[in-house]
Design a protein around this ligand. Sequence first.
Ligand code: NCD
Ligand code: ZN
Length: 344
Amino acid sequence: MQEITLIRPDDWHLHLRDNQQMKAVVNDTARQFSRAIIMPNLVPPVTSCDQALAYRQRILTAIAPSNNFEPLMTLYLTDSLSIDEIKLAAESPFIHAAKLYPAGATTNSDAGVTHIDNIQQVLEAMQKHGLPLLVHGEATADNIDIFDREKVFIDNTLIKIRQQYPELRIVFEHITTSDAVDYVLSQDSNTAATITAHHLLINRNALFKGGMNPHHYCLPVVKREQHRLALLKAASQHPGKFFAGTDSAPHAQNAKESACGCAGIYSAHAAIELYAEAFEQAGDFSSFESFMSLAGPAFYKLPINKEKIKLTKQDWIMPDSLTFAEQTLIPFKAGQTISWTLSQ
Ligand code: NCD
Ligand code: ZN
């Protein structure tokens, strides 16, 4: 395969941050994708429709005129979010989901949900009003091994939510294990999952190869090779249930390369090319367009994009670093050869 033409994709899980940092990264995504689901884990988090709409305006102002891009906003669930706010969100044409961060699970999740019992009415309202639930699916208790957190979340929490609210549309975000793949495949069309490019491309050895590598640290943490292979198979062979969500999560170089490096990998700069690399490894591009451009809109009940893009088999080198407001950002695969090029 030397050339691939496909409908312009959307990114179904993206962190843009805010203000100067947001301005530094947003056009990396807007240049390639038509739309993106914007994560609400700002400081403070986006917990009201007013905040989501104001954030949307700040994003729109930062988009270069040559990029035709629509940010799809989300709300951050807390123990105390009201069902009125859920109703308002469901009625807004600009807000497309609410995100469940178990408190303490990841970057800026301290205000997240401390126990699922605290949001029962909210989940009921989301089911009733048709607002999708996006889940960061990791159990957080200290006694749970970090590599097992996704599976424990499925067993202890997700199965219960699914049974209690069968009509609630749930996206199991950035899945990392064969357990999550099997779970999603066992469910009906109200359950789907996003998969990142980095979880398709690296396993947990990458965290320690040649010394500790903070640029490969993200949450959920990358897993064993057998799980990466299960993700590759899911993305490339199960059209409809799985779709692209980069979880591109910029942190300045000094925040990554510190005694306590932040979780998050920046992949937006070359997201589509990185997914193409992954599908090439899987040896099967037949579901590439479904994964990148069709399954997401179908799940979110949004129109399919009209424009097309072209990828060509041509090497280029990922920059060693990018500017990030006053700071520096190290992109995923920095300094390495990427073998697909997106034409502009
Ligand atoms: C994300 C971030 O930095 O906001 N980090 C990450 O490792 N993925 C949060 C998240 O999605 O877990
Ligand atoms: Zn994320």
